[in-house]
Design a binder for this molecule. Structure first.
Ligand SMILES: NC(=O)C1=CN([C@@H]2O[C@H](COP(=O)(O)OP(=O)(O)OC[C@H]3O[C@@H](n4cnc5c(N)ncnc54)[C@H](O)[C@@H]3O)[C@@H](O)[C@H]2O)C=CC1
Ligand SMILES: O=C(O)C(=O)COP(=O)(O)O
Length: 527
């Protein structure tokens, strides 16, 4: 059956062509939330730009959805939590429109400085008002950049070329990194006080909503100019309109609005505000980039592969995927074995990465794979690397991750300990070559188990006859024993037996094994 993809905002043909090779694609733009809710259940993937509000209602109605793609950078129109809860991968295309948004910002800044849109409109009305449109030079002025990410960086480079002085506020960027592109990193208050022009390039999040407001405008230079080509709502539109009316703010350039289309915005009626209808990403080049990026990611995810720019799960860069793969495969099997060996309500999972694996920057990804292995078999809802952490948290299962150089004689060692309200059980595994992964310890007993197929794992008193009785019971049940290992600390004390068997063990045979004198516990597991 071919996958079905709904494209609910305009997407460049290049992206649609890629999708159509593998999927049935419906392009249906301008849907209301109710219309989306009514149809989304038929689709495996939804691709959007900023025009579609992907609400929790839409996501919950998308019972087949596996992928939500954003052909662009901002994902504030997608309810990421709702998608994560449902295990739906959300990915964007954050690099494809960076230069388009940068150039739009530069165009807005120059237009603002020289009143180009107003002068153009005036001349077209038949006027010739040269003195009315007196401008200012940008040369030597201070540009304050709020958010020195992809676009902020590119804007800074271009502003520097125009001999502007660039200062920036970004709590997540180092002074050294900013200095490399000739930008001085300052506090937000300093930026407000010192800038002639302020441009915002942050995402719209709780911390940035109305970051520029009446109070901050009051601290700015008289005659400051403001630019928002990032997200409506970062600048409080009402406060900006008041600032313009009072003359405190000389002008503003706005591409994005608190509500789009902005029918109610007080900015639209002001001469000194120039506006564009969210055109930052609207270049032929950017649209081709974001459409092909998101289409390729969509297909990869639908076919069970990774996406390059996942927003709601840890990413493994392409060049590290081959390295991580054997660990991830082992980790999932270890998780699955462990849950079959435990009894009771899971309280915590402690994962320790020892030796070489501790150096890999993507242990978070492996931890999610472990959680998937542990939780997917026991829960009704599908658990995958997107929602694994969320599902654990929701169920009050504490998850910890530790890295250490200690690998107990192995080059690398993953140990997972699961604590329930009744017991603690642990499993350790090692990858000695890309195609050689073993479970090397169960509950503190050394073993050497290829993690595949059926096993019977028991704890028993190390005394003659116990193992033989278990083997006899399996024989009677027509279960062939392919291999056997016994681990013990001292003769005569508790020992751990791992029997690899060629088929599932009937429940009554397992009950019989548990009744053998000397057997403490016995479990059948399929890895
Ligand atoms: N108008 C349009 O059509 C377009 C708008 N955008 C928007 O532009 C904005 C920037 O995009 P990119 O540069 O690609 O994103 P980015 O993620 O590369 O950069 C965002 C920067 O904001 C910084 N930041 C986060 N919280 C902050 C805070 N509280 N204060 C100051 N800085 C903070 C981050 O550290 C990061 O460096 C986004 O809102 C995006 O949605 C992007 C493309 C087109
Ligand atoms: O990529 C972004 O964040 C944008 O704002 C671009 O929006 P659009 O794809 O043009 O609706």
């Amino acid at each position: 059956m071919r996958y079905r993809v709904l494209v609910s905002d305009p997407l460049a043909e290049e992206g649609l062509d890629i999708l159509k090779e593998f999927c049935d694609v419906d392009v249906n733009t301008g849907l209301t939330e109710d219309q989306l809710v009514a149809t989304i259940g038929d689709y495996d993937a939804l691709l959007v730009r900023s025009g579609t509000e992907v609400t929790a209602r839409v996501i919950d109605a998308g019972t087949r959805l596996k992928f939500i793609g954003r052909a662009g950078a901002g994902v504030d129109n997608i309810n990421i939590d709702a998608a994560t809860r449902r295990g739906i991968i959300v990915a964007n295309a954050p690099e494809g429109n960076t230069l388009a948004a940068t150039e739009h910002t530069m165009a807005m800044m120059l237009s603002l400085a020289r009143n180009i849109p107003q002068a153009s409109a005036s001349l077209k009305k038949g006027e010739w008002k040269r003195s009315k449109f007196m401008g200012v030079e940008l040369n030597d002025k201070t540009l304050g950049i709020v958010g020195l990410g992809r676009i902020g960086n590119e804007v800074a480079k271009r502003a520097r070329a125009m001999e502007m002085k660039c200062i920036a506020y970004d709590p997540f960027i180092s002074k050294e990194r900013a200095a490399k592109i000739g930008v001085e990193l300052v506090s937000l208050d300093d930026l407000f006080r010192r800038s002639d022009v302020i441009t915002v390039h942050t995402p719209l999040i709780k911390e940035t909503r109305h970051m520029i407001n009446a109070k901050s405008i009051a601290t700015m230079k008289d005659g400051v100019r403001l630019i928002n080509c990032a997200r409506g709502g970062i600048i409080d539109e009402k406060a900006l309109a008041d600032g313009i009316r009072s003359g405190k703010v000389a002008g503003a350039a706005v591409d994005v609005f608190e509500s789009e289309p902005p029918t109610e915005s007080p900015l639209l009626g002001l001469d000194r505000v120039i506006v564009t209808p969210h055109l930052g990403a609207s270049t032929v080049e950017a649209q081709k980039n974001v459409a092909t990026s998101v289409a390729n990611q969509c297909i990869s995810v639908l076919e069970g592969g990774p996406a390059k720019y996942v927003v709601n799960a840890p990413m493994v860069p392409a060049e590290q995927q081959a390295l991580i793969e054997p660990y991830a495969t082992l980790a999932q099997k270890m998780g699955s074995l462990l849950i079959q060996l435990t009894e009771g309500r899971l309280e915590s999972i402690d994962v320790t990465y020892g030796g070489e694996i501790a150096q890999v920057p993507n242990t978070k990804f492996i931890t999610r794979v472990i959680l998937k292995g542990l939780l997917d078999p026991i829960l009704q809802m599908p658990v995958n690397i997107v929602n694994a952490e969320f599902v654990a948290k929701e169920r009050g299962i504490r998850v910890s991750e530790t890295t250490t150089e200690e690998a107990h004689g192995f080059r690398n060692l993953i140990t997972i300990a699961a604590t329930t309200d009744r017991m603690t059980e642990s499993v350790s595994g090692n990858v000695s070559a890309p195609n050689r992964a073993r479970i090397v310890n169960i509950g503190g007993y050394m073993t050497d188990l290829t993690p595949t197929g059926h096993v019977v794992i028991s704890r028993h008193i190390d005394k003659p006859g116990v193992i033989g009785k278990a083997a006899t019971i399996l024989g009677r049940a027509n279960v062939n024993i392919a291999g056997m290992q016994v681990g013990r600390h001292k003769p005569g004390e508790e020992a751990l037996m791992v029997l690899t068997v060629d088929s599932a063990v009937p429940a009554d045979a397992m009950d019989e094994i548990r009744k053998i004198d000397g057997i403490h516990t016995a479990k059948h597991a399929e890895i």
